[in-house]
Design a protein around this ligand. Sequence first.
Ligand code: ATP
Ligand code: MG
Length: 363
Amino acid sequence: MSTAKPRILTGDTPTHTGLHLGHYVGSLENRLKLQDQYDCYFLIANVHAFTTLAEKPAEVRANTIGIVKDWLAVGLDPQRSTFVLQSEIPAIAELTFLFAMLLPFNKVMRNPTLKTEIETKGLGESHSFGFPMYAVGQCADILTFRPELVPVGEDQEAHIEMCRDVALKFNQLYCGVGNRVVPEEHVKAGGLFPIPKAKVGRVARLVGLDGKNKMSKSLGNAIFLYDDAKTVQKKINKITTGRQSPTEPGDVSNILMQYVDAFIGGAGDEGYTRAEEIKRRYGAGDNIGDGHVKAELGEAINKLIEPMRVRRTELEGERGDAMVQEVIRIGVERANVVAEETLFLAKKAMGLEFGRRTVSLAG
Ligand code: ATP
Ligand code: MG
């Protein structure tokens, strides 16, 4: 593991057994590209999964294993990158509490990402105290690893903004960084935390199969990376656009055309040209039916995810489970070295350090 490279932190919450196409175009693709240039930390937010699944611990555990398998299947490499299991990193929980004091309560509650989630997940008034707390926790997830970049989908931008606020405030309050110092210069000016930047993926927000909300694991509107070829095609066939015939001029920004851009247009130069042609003919009603587009789309998506599906199948069963266990063990050990260092430095800056503890990583 090189420490000279700048760091990246990003992750997924195990609220479902696996990842979907939105994750792929929104974040995984970037992670794959950046694995060599950066020292990457990929976090599984299994504690945060309890914000909506507190009554289903076995599900969270199974989902956690499923997500690691998906990462491996997609090509994230535990040799080059560090897989971080949130529940095994005590420094994250401690920093969450300390950071909570740097964020005004009302600002957290007004966070647009949280508000949307409360609405779309139907949590209403009944959400736990811990639910909005996860947004503060996410600041700790990120800052624990002092990364420069955070590859995320557009829905997470408000969270990254909050995380930047925390880092700026911490550096100013406890590290003597002046109010006028620009974010890029904070570390040079003595700040502990680089002010991290969001890196939004090729598709900032992939719309779900409902054509309305973003594709989400918890909203029943996703195509999963491990869906078999038939399921993929079936899900696509169910998309409704309201268009009646191949000669009716179609809306080139509807869900089908967004998918054409993402999955046909995204496949190199040839794909781009083909996507442009489909959109032109669709917009003009030039004898191109929704059924035809759906078939071509299903084929393109299946071509993209087929190698992942094959690798994911290979990881099924006990051998795969054992591999996941080992990947987590190694990742946790590496991650705790960085996390403990950050916590020590943060507590020192805050005047809270009275003797460095050692975390037992044995067993
Ligand atoms: P949940 O419904 O439980 O919130 P999710 O599908 O939103 O699950 P997360 O684990 O919350 O998945 O998100 C993981 C990462 O994937 C985040 O960086 C998020 O921005 C990105 N992402 C998730 N869905 C999409 C999407 N539809 N388009 C682009 N990026 C996405
Ligand atoms: Mg989400």
